[in-house]
Design a protein around this ligand. Structure first.
Ligand code: ADP
Length: 422
């Protein structure tokens, strides 16, 4: 078992899928673990990503979970690590970005790390320590009203300082633009002055390349997924990633596919509408589910001809969602849908379906739990941030893709099926 070139700890599920998909562009095995594995490492991949759900967890819980993830990755032989959080630096004033980074640094004996959530391709840029979302400052973007992590300050140094015990500094764009050596000099200067946490500006992909080059030797890097994108090529150059690292496995799958959609985002509504026009579909309504249960949907699914990829969806427009929520309460409506889709996935698996397209973050979580998924091997990318993955359920190979609400284009479901066959 070759040691992983990089061990990644991600603070939420779709963030983990995002970075895993980007690392998989290198054409090597990437494995995504749902939670800290219970068993000691075996059969590890070139890149190991552990998906946690600790973005808004109490600080002590988040720190403990991330340290357990780090210990597992070190057991697997990894020597370089990446703490992945959102490109909008989602955190509460208490954390968890800073406290987790500091705990991981302590465990690794690392004197310094960088913070770079920039993702220029997706409109996330950092200039003079201030994070921009498109042309807006973070604090003026829709993130200011996020229900769990409202971001009311754009300055990453100011956001980080109360979350850490050691000094926070900045390597600004003027330095980054001068190249790798200049950035390394700046980091050394800050380190000599005792600055453990360094926010690094980046406004373009070229900046990320410079940053990755300058910092690839650090035991711990932190940021969004974009700054990790250049790492596979750098690791190959430096021999950290073996030239003959095995390509992703691509198991032969029995036929049978199903699309289960519980996301009500605008994009998923468009995707469902597009797919419904040329494939069999069944609509789940929470109010009907409360009355008649999931059996009619299972009967419908079992009656579908082989070779079709039927769609079952609770996806609805905002007024329909409001109606269901007013009748049942928001929590019960959501729970009924998640439970129904989880049960449908199990029923589909039982009748031989081996390809699952899941739309919705919570929906994906519910279905992943019901199928007992713990490890996903990353396969072909369907859309940026959404790869196919392969898993084993009851000894059988399955393909699963987990799409969070707004990801993908209108034809996502059709493209997904085509990508899997291609
Ligand atoms: P997204 O990734 O778009 O946020 P999620 O699956 O995370 O999607 O969240 C959607 C939530 O809405 C889930 O809890 C789901 O069960 C619930 N839901 C889906 N359809 C309906 C509906 N018709 N009425 C009420 N709630 C729904």
């Amino acid at each position: 078992m070759a040691a992983p070139a990089l061990g990644v700890i991600a603070d939420d599920f779709t963030g983990a899928t995002d970075i895993a998909g980007l690392l998989a562009r290198a054409g090597v095995q990437v494995s995504l673990r749902l939670g800290v594995p219970e068993h000691p490492p075996e059969d590890t991949a070139a890149f190991e990503v552990i998906a946690l759900k600790c973005r808004t967890a109490p600080v002590t819980d988040a720190v403990a979970e991330c340290r357990a993830a780090l210990a597992w990755l070190r057991d697997a032989g990894a020597e370089r690590f990446f703490w992945k959080y959102c490109s909008t630096f989602d955190s509460t004033p208490a954390g968890n970005i800073g406290p987790v980074a500091e705990a991981l640094m302590d465990d690794l004996g690392a004197g310094q790390t960088i913070y770079c959530p920039a993702f220029p391709e997706n409109g996330r840029a950092i200039f003079m320590g201030n994070l921009f979302v498109g042309q807006q400052l973070l604090s003026e973007s829709p993130m200011k009203d996020h229900p769990l992590t409202p971001m009311r300050d754009s300055n990453l140094q100011r956001l980080l300082a109360p979350q850490t015990t050691r000094p926070v500094g900045l390597a600004d764009r003027l330095t980054v633009a001068q190249g790798e050596a200049a950035l390394q000099r700046r980091l050394a200067e800050l380190r000599d002055a005792g600055t453990a946490h360094v926010v690094v500006d980046a406004v373009a992909d070229g900046d990320l390349q410079i940053i990755a080059n300058a910092c690839s030797g650090m035991p711990l890097l932190t940021g969004g997924s974009a700054v990790a994108m250049p790492l596979p090529a750098i690791y190959r150059r430096d021999g950290v990633l073996a030239a003959d690292a095995p390509p992703p496995r691509r198991p032969a799958l029995a036929s049978g596919a199903v699309i289960l959609s519980g996301s009500c985002s605008a994009m998923t509504n468009a995707q469902v509408a597009a797919y419904r026009s040329n494939a069999p579909s069944f609509r789940l309504d929470p109010v009907t589910l409360a009355e008649s249960g999931v059996a009619p949907a299972i009967d419908w699914l079992n009656g579908q001809a082989d070779g079709t990829a039927p769609l079952i969806y609770a996806t609805a427009q905002p007024d329909e969602v409001q109606h269901a929520q007013a009748t049942l309460g928001a929590e019960r409506a959501g729970q009924l849908v998640e439970d129904a889709l989880a049960e449908l996935a199990l029923a589909a698996f039982g009748s031989g379906v081996r390809r699952f397209v899941l739309a919705g973050g919570e929906t994906s979580g519910a279905v992943a739990r019901s199928l007992g998924l713990t490890r996903l091997d990353i396969g072909a990318e369907i859309a940026p941030g959404v790869p196919w993955t392969f898993a084993v359920v009851d000894g059988e190979d399955v393909a699963v893709t987990l799409k969070s609400g707004n990801f993908g284009t209108r034809d996502f479901f059709t493209i997904a099926m085509a990508r899997l066959e291609g």
